[in-house]
Design a protein around this ligand. Sequence first.
Ligand code: DLL
Length: 436
Amino acid sequence: MENIIWNKEIECADRATIKALQLERLKKIVKYCYERVPFYTKKFDETGLKPEDIKTLEDVRKLPFTTADDLRNNYPFGLFATDNKDIVRVHGSSGTTGKPKIVGYTKNDLNNWTECLTRMICAAGVTPEDVVQISFGYGLFTGGFGLHYGMENLGAMVIPLSSGNTERQLMIMQDFGTTVLIATPSYALYLGDEIEKRGLKDKLKLRLALFGGEGHTEEMRAKIEKQLGIIATENYGLSELGGPGMSGECYIKNGMHIAEDHFLPEIIDPETLEPVPMGEKGELVVTALTKEGFPMLRYRTRDITWLDDSPCPCGRTSMRMGKIQGRSDDMLVIRGVNVYPSQIESVVMAIDEIEPFYEIVVTNEGYMDRIEVRMEFSDADLLDDYEKLDALKSRIRHDLKATLNIDAKVSLVSPGTLPRFEGKGKRVVDKREVKK
Ligand code: DLL
């Protein structure tokens, strides 16, 4: 399959060229923020920092951080740098409760966003011949619109279905000959399960999927790829930095290429806030280098990852970021032990007799935290065979203990009974009064 590099000049530029461009843009955006966003003016003045103090890329560390709380405190438009008349679109975070984090785009911002997405989808292997079913939500969520404009810019045929209505998704997938699916991995898993159950795989032309908006384990990706007979790439972004398009895997799948001419990434130790050496894990902090409507200096994403500047066989020279290891606020502390939901997902995916759907329920009995992992067994006949069911439960409990270092209750439920998700999955139900 032809693999297009959309913007060779930037995507394959040597490191010195990229760094020079980043520095030029960093200086410009710092001055822009200082002059136009009172929030930044105040922050700079409090510490005596002047835009002229930014002389090298490393000087980015002199800048103040911006956090999710800063967005909330300035809801809805307080961090915008232009008049509302220059804002042509707003989007927001995907949370369903409370006030969303609102971001705004000027016309130029939308053009840059489309450019970044076009690069990303080409890197994944999409071509103008593809028929692309966008099953990300359209709305305040950035996923649907972001991918939409990128795909149109490339010249692919776009089916703007949005998420949900699985019957219709499957009908259109067959009737229109969809070749590329855009979905959260949770929704792709749900679709894949339905396709398998209905024996539709051979009636489909799917060859590729672009996932994003949430993480998945490699085991989960392999399962969906097999189920649908496709390859799936992973893509990352967040509303605060404009949405998808910040980084995405190429077809080689060895880290997500960052659009470094628009985003300057750093990795910090979330406790000390100091930078960590290249390749080490920490919290991703990003400065948006070109945004006009909603510029963002040193945004603390809370996502844990690492950077990789080694060359990629695809020919792109951009820095890559590793798979998100979890959010620093995703981590559950159970009886003093740190537990990431992704660890549990790895265990679930390794057991053949279990479906890939699961739910993690955390409760508090007295002072004791309890964790229960609910899973679906695949073979409905197991219901009549208590001995086998018990043996399976004990095996899973043993595997969970070996991975998590704590005892978890295992509950096996009938196939098809746990929730399915059309957007991002919500697999943790924390019922504790005081969450740790
Ligand atoms: O999820 C933007 C997006 C849409 C990216 C579609 C890719 C594709 P938000 O709704 O603001 O924006 O959520 C951002 O989702 O901080 C991460 O914690 C998480 N996230 C996004 N992509 C990934 C990924 C969009 N590939 C938050 N792996 C981020 C892990 C991800 N987590």
